[in-house]
Design a protein around this ligand. Structure first.
Ligand code: HEC
Length: 160
């Protein structure tokens, strides 16, 4: 009988410990979640939006027709889905930023120069430098695309 009571008491102790741990975990989770939310707000402030900035590199001017050139966009989509996808998604942050709606914050010239000349951009361009910091110094590498291929990717992103 004594032994039985002891086991019961031990069992009760374990249950109460388990309960406590769970509660702490839950609190920890809530705290973390708050932190991430406030970071998302900072993100937008820490990287400037500047549609007049054309970046540093070979591209001085890009002209968009009124309507998207679907053939060119499809070609760009293939490049995007084989090369850029390693670090980018359209709708969520990965190693690099989500690229949906990129022309609301960057000029097409800036995007092309970022594709063709990322090394210099990350050293000299104020937006690229801020991005590098925001993305924990993950470096966007030069994918050695031709100007033509880069132009197609830029067209593809118009649709996204
Ligand atoms: C090795 C990973 C990697 C690859 C591959 C890559 N990028 Fe990036 N990209 C990044 C990172 C990281 C950033 C943020 C700047 C930084 O930290 O270098 C970035 C930034 C950008 C930006 C700026 C986005 C913004 O919000 O201003 C554009 C545009 C971009 N990349 C386009 C592309 C395209 C198009 C390709 C494919 C041709 C590509 N990237 C391939 C990692 C990559």
């Amino acid at each position: 009988m004594k032994k039985f009571l002891f086991v019961l008491a031990l069992g009760g102790l374990m249950i109460s410990c388990g309960g406590k741990e769970k509660k702490e975990e839950k609190e920890g989770f809530e705290i973390n979640r708050k932190k991430t939310e406030s970071k998302a707000a900072e993100v937008q402030e820490s990287v400037p939006v500047d549609l007049d900035n054309k970046g540093v590199g070979p591209i001085k001017s890009v002209t968009f027709d009124d309507t998207v050139n679907e053939e060119l966009a499809a070609k760009g989509g293939q490049t995007f889905n084989t090369i850029c996808i390693a670090c980018h998604a359209l709708d969520k942050r990965m190693i690099g930023p989500a690229l949906s709606g990129v022309y609301e914050r960057r000029s097409p010239e800036w995007v092309m120069n970022m594709i063709l000349n990322p090394d210099v951009m990350l050293k000299e361009d104020p937006i690229a430098k801020a991005l590098l910091k925001e993305y924990n110094n993950a470096v966007m590498l030069n994918q050695n695309l031709s100007e033509e291929d880069a132009r197609a990717v830029v067209e593809f992103l118009r649709n996204k």
